[in-house]
Ligand binder design. Structure first.
Ligand SMILES: [Zn+2]
Length: 587
């Protein structure tokens, strides 16, 4: 890991302290040649430096280059005895090749500082870009997705395009956020305005981040219910004149079509295409819902995926507030599982939990844009929690118990690492996923217990209101939470996110003696081991009591009408405890 850290360190300069966001606009023209299995693209990037520092280099990610031999990703797979991309041959592996870069009208030559991995590209500027300055870059590139899918892919005429264009890296308060794409850890993006024209075979059906402002995405022809009138939202954004970049002809060739998309305030633009897609649509409030699924699938059809997507929007409306964009597209991708993109999710199935999770990322990561490879818990653990909470709110038993058990096992095996580590620093993918998703989900659940549901809901709405369409990090969430919990939550964040401290409450002595008046004097000793601390609920008979002292030994003295039959520590099993066998006693 040392080499990665050194790279990151070399890119850091003194941090700006105040929040800022670089001004970015992409105009893209791209042509998919299915026979040559290649996409040819031209991109014009407007970049405005809103920081207080002078920039002499712009950094880009070419993430498709992870899915080919020689990448850091492939190397990491091998280290962990896995093989996905290292031995893929032409034409199966993915690539992203930049063939020309002009910066402010001058040809520039990029460098690849971590070659042979080419997921990170440095573009030197012909003149330094001072605070407030703008520069325009023009890039030509060629790209292909891989036949072994991983958050992108292709099979026959079905192409899932993500991370498919040279993507400007984020420059934020901590400097350039540059990182090779690895199996552990995902993405971080700069908010931008996208204007994307795709040149495709006329029979292709397309779904994308954004709205189709010109041309036919093919939805009506693909409609599962004939006569469907999709909610295109063509007027969602102010029209822009169709200035062309010159890669595509003014009108599409024979058997081709142009579809032009706009998306504003998104940090990525993903798209998918297959001539076989079936289309179903719907809406919730003003948000259009588009579903594209593979033919013959009876788990997505008849409105199931559409209504689960609408349920997802409804739930997050109650958590955060209004969705930020005019549409959401839910597509049936080649790979199993799911991946989040702004205004879009690519899912391997139409499971309600999966849609709730990936859709939740449109809020946590899409609208509240954290750096996933650095603070994965801030979206993965968060949406895992919100997904389980939505199931619980519908009366289903959350999967909490299973999650608690798996974390307990990992702790007992000595494998636990802090929740807030950068993804690449976990010892393996299992621990990465257990800490980033599972333990973080349980930490959010404990937070709900500490704050109470009403205050947590108010704080999450505040977090969304203050930070929507911004980059976020731990301190932004903490600030919003502490507005509604003025006692402070630093202690909670510190021990549960930054350490591997463990917690174990157990029952000690219990004394019960009947008084002269017939009632019972009951005294219960609650012991605490481990370096972590939490307020804890104790159930005595049918009554519940809260202990909030940090003492290692506490006494709970009670006068009860009857002798209690049972004492239980943490009856709802909210706490991440290393041993729960010592929590319950019959009297
Ligand atoms: Zn996720």
């Amino acid at each position: 890991m040392l080499h990665l850290l050194l790279l990151a360190a070399s890119l850091q300069t003194a941090p700006d302290t105040a929040y800022f966001q670089q001004g970015v606009a992409y105009r893209i023209e791209a042509r998919l040649d299915e026979r040559a299995q290649q996409l040819d693209g031209r991109l014009q990037l407007h970049y405005r430096n809103e920081s207080k520092r002078q920039l002499d280099t712009l950094w880009f990610h070419l993430h498709l280059n992870a899915f080919r031999p020689g990448s850091r990703w492939a190397e990491r797979d091998q280290q962990q005895s896995r093989e996905r991309f290292q031995n893929l041959r032409d034409p199966d592996y993915a690539y992203e090749r930049v063939t020309r870069i002009d910066a402010a009208g001058r040809r520039v030559v990029p460098s690849f500082p971590i070659a042979p991995d080419s997921t990170v590209m440095a573009v030197p500027l012909p003149r330094p870009l001072g605070p407030g300055d703008t520069i325009t870059l023009a890039l030509d590139w060629q790209a292909r997705t891989s036949t072994t899918p991983r958050r992108q892919g292709r099979r026959g005429r079905h192409w899932d395009f993500a991370q498919w264009y040279p993507r400007i890296a984020v420059f934020d308060r901590d400097g350039w956020q540059v990182q090779p794409l690895l199996p552990q850890g995902e993405f971080y993006g700069e908010f931008a305005d996208y204007d994307v024209t795709l040149d495709l075979a006329a029979d292709q059906v397309v779904g994308a981040t954004g709205v189709p402002v010109e041309g036919d995405p093919g939805w009506e022809r693909a409609a599962a219910v004939p006569g469907t009138r999709p909610m295109y939202q063509r007027e969602a954004y102010t029209p822009r004149p169709a200035a062309r970049l010159g890669l595509l002809p003014a009108s599409p060739g024979n058997g081709r079509k142009h579809v032009r998309w706009r998306a504003v305030d998104v940090h990525h633009f993903a798209w998918t295409t297959s001539p076989d897609y079936r289309y179903e649509g719907g809406a919730r409030d003003e948000v259009a819902i588009h579903v594209l699924y593979q033919p013959g699938d009876t788990t997505w059809d008849e409105g199931v995926a559409v209504s689960r997507t609408a349920d997802m929007l409804a739930w997050y409306d109650t958590i955060f507030g209004k969705f930020a964009w005019p549409q959401i597209t839910n597509v049936h991708r080649i790979e199993g599982g799911g991946t989040e993109f702004p205004m879009m999710m690519m899912n391997g199935s139409a499971g309600a939990g999966l849609i709730m999770h990936e859709g939740g990322h449109n809020y946590a990561h899409g609208i509240l844009a954290n750096n996933e490879w650095r603070e994965g818990w801030l979206d993965e653990g968060f949406v895992s929690f919100l997904t389980s909470w939505s199931a619980e709110a519908r009366g289903q038993r959350g999967g909490w118990e299973r999650s608690l058990q798996s974390i307990r096992q990992l702790e007992q095996a000595g494998q636990a690492q802090p929740v807030d580590l950068p993804g690449a620093e976990y010892r393996n993918e299992r621990v990465y996923s257990a800490m980033t998703y599972t333990k973080a989900e349980l930490v959010f659940r404990m937070l709900r217990d500490v704050m109470g549901e009403t205050d947590l809901r108010a704080a999450l709405r505040r977090y969304y209101q203050v930070n929507r369409l911004h980059h976020v990090r731990e301190e932004d969430l903490l600030a919003a939470l502490e507005e509604f919990h003025p006692e402070g939550l630093d202690w909670f964040f510190h021990q549960w996110l930054h350490t591997t401290a463990t917690l174990d409450f157990s029952l000690g002595e219990i004394a019960a003696r009947q008084r002269a008046d017939g009632r019972w004097d009951v005294a219960i000793e609650v012991k605490r081991q481990g370096d972590a601390w939490m307020p804890v609920t104790v159930q005595v008979g049918s009554g519940r009591y809260r202990l909030t002292s940090m003492d290692a030994r506490q006494w709970l003295p009670l006068v009860l009408p009857e002798r209690p039959a049972e004492v239980v520590i943490d009856p709802e099993a909210v706490l991440i405890e290393s041993d729960v066998t010592n929590n319950r006693r019959q009297l």
